[in-house]
Design a protein around this ligand. Structure first.
Ligand code: ADP
Length: 323
């Protein structure tokens, strides 16, 4: 087996807390095995345009506790075309890069798949706050995001309980209800609305609020994922139908930032290190993930073809516990 001397690392797509811990693990594991490690800025854009520099073990000191990504991230239209992928590979070869660690979401994984198909070894690490990649139980950034949202909802609940009021809190998740479901259960929400399930105003909102009212509830929390359609005027409808003062809070980008939790730092460290070990051992074309709570790897093509599911068990649990 030919020894790999130089690897590259990039972050791509949406940023997620914990990406820095993954970069640090890639750089330090690479150095541990005597490799040269090249940082690629701004994802596939930087790969195409040669925004590439050598990273030392000290370059990744003091970054683990920071949100975002020191390598910056970007979306690259050009990389979706085969020409862009080929240009990226020829730039990588110019910098003598023999394998690339891609840290990002499933869009970024498709880019990594194309790198492999065109002859550049790549290993992908899942990092997205949505935890919406089917081939892994966990994606870096999720724990930090749900804890940030949980803290915000707890604070809103404090003020809600001082009045008889309904608070609607919109959390991130365009296509995935994972953040909403977990935050809803963790904060004892009366209702959780997710993009994977059609919303029925009577069944999902009116009934739980009326049931809570009969059981002497004083306030109501509704968690809604941003991707749920047709719910823009939910606060007005609740006020009109139920006569309860209703406020909406959109949590927005605060969910993407902040210092990563221990869980995110540890998974990111494990996955970053494992990615380098795979490349070192000549294994590529892999997504690293978590299965049965353990690190594992899967072929990128196979991993991308696994259909998405959602946690129906958590939907039921949230309903049972909100009575
Ligand atoms: P994420 O990785 O967070 O899902 P995106 O879906 O925006 O974010 O993807 C990030 C980048 O990955 C895109 O800007 C593009 O360069 C690359 N990418 C996305 N989809 C594909 C694809 N189908 N083929 C090749 N590259 C892709």
């Amino acid at each position: 087996m030919q020894k790999i001397n130089t690897i590259g690392v990039l972050t791509s797509g949406g940023d997620a807390p914990g990406m820095n811990a993954a970069i640090r693990a890639v750089v330090r594991t690479g150095k541990y095995y005597g490799m040269k490690v090249m940082g690629i800025r701004k994802g596939y854009e930087g790969l195409i345009h040669g925004d590439i520099f050598e990273m030392t073990a000290r370059d990744v000191s003091d970054i683990m506790h920071r949100g975002g990504t020191v390598l910056q991230t970007a979306r690259s239209k050009d990389f979706k075309e085969i020409e862009g992928v080929r240009r990226g590979i020829s730039t990588a070869r110019y910098f003598e890069i023999e394998g690339i660690v891609v840290i990002g979401g499933d869009g970024s994984f498709r880019g990594a798949r194309d790198l492999c198909s065109e002859g550049m070894p790549a290993v992908a690490i899942p990092a997205t706050i949505d935890n919406d990649i089917a081939c892994t139980e966990y994606t870096i950034g999720f724990d930090t995001a749900i804890n940030t949202a949980k803290d915000a909802v707890d604070k809103i609940r404090d003020t809600a309980s001082s009045h008889e009021r309904c608070n609607i809190i919109k959390v991130m998740g365009r296509a995935s209800g994972n953040i909403a479901l977990n935050v809803g259960i963790a904060t004892g929400a009366e209702a959780v609305l997710i993009p994977e399930m059609e919303v029925d105003f009577e069944r999902d909102i009116v009934e739980p609020i009326n049931a809570g009212h009969k059981r002497d509830k004083k306030h109501y929390i509704i968690i809604i994922a941003e991707g749920v359609s047709g719910c823009n005027d939910l606060d007005k409808r609740i006020e009109e139908h139920l006569g309860i003062e209703t406020r909406t809070t959109i949590l927005g980008y605060i969910q993407r930032g902040g210092s990563p939790t221990v869980m995110d730092r540890v998974y990111a460290s494990q996955m970053g290190s494992y990615a380098v070990e795979l490349l070192k051992d000549g294994v590529n074309n892999r997504i690293i993930g978590i299965r049965d709570s353990k690190i594992y790897e899967i072929d990128i093509f196979e991993g991308l073809n696994i259909p998405s599911t959602f946690r129906e068990d958590l939907v039921s649990l949230s309903k049972i516990l909100s009575i």
